[in-house]
Design a protein around this ligand. Sequence first.
Ligand code: SF4
Length: 463
Amino acid sequence: MNTLLSPDEITQLVPLAQAAPDAMAAMRERMQASGQWQPHQLAGRRWNMACISLEITQRCNLDCTLCYLSDSAEAVRDFPMEEIFRRIDLIHAHYGSNTDVQISGGEPTLRKPAELVAIVRRLTQLGMRSSLFTNGIKATRALLTELAQAGLTDVAFHVDSTQQRAGYTSETDLNALRHEYIERARGLPISVFFNTTVHAGNWADVPQLAAFFVAHADVVRMCSFQLQADTGRGVLGTRADAITHDAIWQRIQQGAGTALRTNVLQAGHHDCNRSAVTLVVNGRVHDAFADAAFIRRFMRETADARFARGTPWRAMRSLVAAAVAQPALALATLRWLAALAWQTRADLLAARGKVHKLTFFTHNFMDACSLERERLDACIFMAMTHQGPLSMCAYNARRDHFLLQPLATSSGLWQPLGRRASQGAGNVHSFPIKLLKGRARVARQQAQSPTTTTATTEPEFTS
Ligand code: SF4
């Protein structure tokens, strides 16, 4: 039984201020302490952190019914680039170059394209992999091309019915938009992911969504399903009892048309993350990890190798390079490949050898008021705050505490709400509607609890 944090304990959750001298050993210790250190655990073996979210804006051009942003989000100004670069350096200091960084928000493409390119370039220069997490509205082909040239590794499109996009009334309708995004990214040297928030309104659609991603596995590398969580400014509340981490996998398998082994390789806590890796051949799904014993051996014996993403060839080259460095493993790999080819032979022949890898992934975020200690301790998905990294679930529960603090910059103190919002007045007609919405939310909060948003009363630094 996992332990729930009390409201007081939640207010005491703080980021990791100092980088651990050995981040891999620190992750291993966390997995051991939380009972998640299995022979097939990736955390603490292959990487010291699965990924970290770098939020570069709190603004968004959509208003999702399950948005994780805080009520104040739209009122918060974009961080200065200096602060973003400082956070990138902090990420590197904590986790090193073999780190996956999600460039997110809010909607990150609302920042200037030149700023986005500079952020991707900085991450690339430090040897880190970058993913653009976007709703796709402003992620044009030209922008994606430019970002790919700067070193972007992946683009993750978020499309689902929580976004209430005009003209789309169902998940089936949204497949047209997903298709448009797929075509936008086709052929670029980046991996294409899709994120779907799962809630009562699209629960029945999970099989057809899984089938859609299978049908587009020539471009889509990963489809991630995130279960509804009651956190942030979203309005749908807690998930229905029927939506469980076990049940969603039954639906994914229904859509995939075959049984899949999940967590052959475990990433962090079993209740948080599950995945299945498949090969799509001739439109049919084959479980690439069905031989779990071999996959786990391969993972352990190549724990120090770095696997490339971006294009299938890059990924394949790095896998082969890791295997041939060890003759015994190379032989076992050949045997595994031969067995896989034999099992899929009919489809391989029909597809003339064309094979596409598709990973199914589920992420089970926690409600802001129901945080489980064991899962936070084993968390492998961090958000970068100005003070350091913090579990994303913990950050979601305390967003305003971090976002509404003034930041020290080389030019003085930077105020997140700006002068006009700080003064609580301003000419309402001069603000866009979403900013107004956010400012109204902040004003409401201040009225209810004047001490929680002290940042608004600090003197403002004029940039
Ligand atoms: S962010 Fe939350 S759900 Fe995700 S790994 Fe961390 S604790 Fe688990």
